[in-house]
Design a protein around this ligand. Sequence first.
Ligand SMILES: Cc1cc2nc3c(=O)[nH]c(=O)nc-3n(C[C@H](O)[C@H](O)[C@H](O)COP(=O)(O)OP(=O)(O)OC[C@H]3O[C@@H](n4cnc5c(N)ncnc54)[C@H](O)[C@@H]3O)c2cc1C
Length: 259
Amino acid sequence: MTRPFPLHAGIATVVARRALTPRMLRLTLAADAFGDPGIEQPGEIVTLGFAGPGEELVLPREGWRFPPGGPEQHWRNFTVRRSAPADATIDVDVFLHGPAGIAARWALHARPGDRVGHAGPRTHWEPVADAGWSLLAADETGLPALQAIVEQLPAGHRTIALVEVQDEAERAPVDSAADVDWHWCVRGDAAPGTSTVVIDTLRTLELPTTRGQCWGGGEALVMRDVRRHVAAHLPACAGAVQVLGYWKHRATPESVDYT
Ligand SMILES: Cc1cc2nc3c(=O)[nH]c(=O)nc-3n(C[C@H](O)[C@H](O)[C@H](O)COP(=O)(O)OP(=O)(O)OC[C@H]3O[C@@H](n4cnc5c(N)ncnc54)[C@H](O)[C@@H]3O)c2cc1C
């Protein structure tokens, strides 16, 4: 049965914050709804809502509808990195990309007791039953989902994971029963969304020609290039590709072709 969306919407409270790396912050959020969050797959999404200065946060109704005539609402997607129904909490890992974004700015200053809107969950990844191997690609925004997926892959499952990070301090592999080759693609001095390190690395890899599944989450143009590479070079993966843009670089024109 299709779940209603959002299944739950409300106000969550920050109960803990912890720096995972210099640029990745883990926030633990508590809300009654997280006691039965309805999560079915690794890497499901929760959408967090932020009130602008002097604005009131309005919660979405079913079908993502807001009452007409209200203030502009600011909702951003995050991955549920860990769900703990027993204490009605979830963890989200926020990439601190800078002060330009309402969510990243809020997270930078968020402290226990602070409140944030929540709505969700939404499935983002479905394992493909006949996939004999996996190709995963992400930047820091997709890393929490990639980690959640890797942790749940079956024992011995051949997996190639490419992750774009700023520098070595951001590497964050996780334990897995799968057979994972991690490729940390360091963009160095380049700004997020301006580097070709992921696609450059992908082009150098000898990948299986058998049927596999491909998942990706990161900057929209980088993910487009991953999709194009997979379509051109991995025909056996057709129909098993879930590679999505998670955010758009501000310099990308609206007219760009994402196909
Ligand atoms: C399904 C899904 C799951 C996601 N999960 C996570 C997650 O677990 N953790 C996480 O950190 N993000 C995650 N994201 C990405 C996150 O929603 C976006 O980065 C979002 O734009 C951040 O909101 P903001 O208010 O900080 O910035 P916005 O107000 O949306 O953007 C402001 C400016 O910042 C720029 N910007 C936005 N994101 C970045 C970035 N990553 N690097 C550099 N510049 C950026 C924009 O281009 C824009 O110019 C996910 C996105 C999707 C679609």
